[in-house]
Write a protein that binds this ligand. Structure first.
Ligand SMILES: CC(C)(COP(=O)(O)OP(=O)(O)OC[C@H]1O[C@@H](n2cnc3c(N)ncnc32)[C@H](O)[C@@H]1OP(=O)(O)O)[C@@H](O)C(=O)NCCC(=O)NCCS
Length: 160
């Protein structure tokens, strides 16, 4: 996967994407983040998401950024950095969603570029993302941004 920062794909949508600005997420965004997460199929109660966000915002190894127009949040990204013995220091995108009404404006590309810029700043070796096969848009989106599909895998889970 490329370390170079992808160009934000906003040229043809120059009229719309620049009306959005990217900024770090804040606790006051919890409701908007939860509402967008619901679109993705993660029904998180805003209070629960707020608690998680509070915890995450205190950590330097996480990035949460939002794209907003006026007071409306149209998309968000959550990424974290970690070191794996076998694969080194990476940034992984843990969540990315652009609201249905704001898609194909370049916002997803801008949010990923933000994670890539952060990865470059902290000298991560790569940015990775796992995306469920059912997220059809994402499998056109990431290759369009220069990401290469490196493997398919199953996810296992056990409650503790
Ligand atoms: C995937 C997602 C984040 C893309 O956000 P977006 O803001 O619409 O993406 P962009 O406008 O930046 O798209 C950049 C490029 O990706 C490709 N792309 C994005 N969505 C696509 C789609 N539905 N079909 C085909 N190509 C697509 C295109 O090449 C696009 O450039 P173009 O519009 O000039 O053709 C958005 O569709 C989404 O939130 N989907 C549901 C959640 C999800 O799948 N999240 C990722 C899980 S890790």
């Amino acid at each position: 996967m490329k370390k170079a920062i992808a160009k934000p794909v906003s040229v043809k949508r120059a009229s719309e994407a620049p009306k959005h600005r990217l900024r770090p997420a804040a606790l006051k965004d919890a409701l908007a983040l939860a509402t967008l997460a619901e679109e993705l199929g993660y029904a998180s109660r805003p209070a629960v998401l707020r608690k998680r966000l509070m915890n995450i915002l205190e950590r330097a190894d996480h990035l949460v950024a939002v794209a907003e127009k006026g007071k409306e949040i149209s998309g968000w990204i959550h990424a974290h950095s970690f070191v794996a013995l076998e694969s080194g220091f990476r940034v992984e995108i843990l969540g990315l969603i652009v609201g249905k009404n704001a898609r194909r404006l370049g916002l997803g590309g801008l949010l990923v570029a933000e994670a890539e810029a952060w990865a470059a700043r902290i000298r991560a070796e790569a940015v990775t993302v796992r995306s469920n096969l059912k997220r059809v848009e994402s499998h056109a989106f990431y290759p369009a941004l220069g990401f290469t599909k490196v493997k398919m895998q199953a996810v296992y889970r056990k409650s503790v």
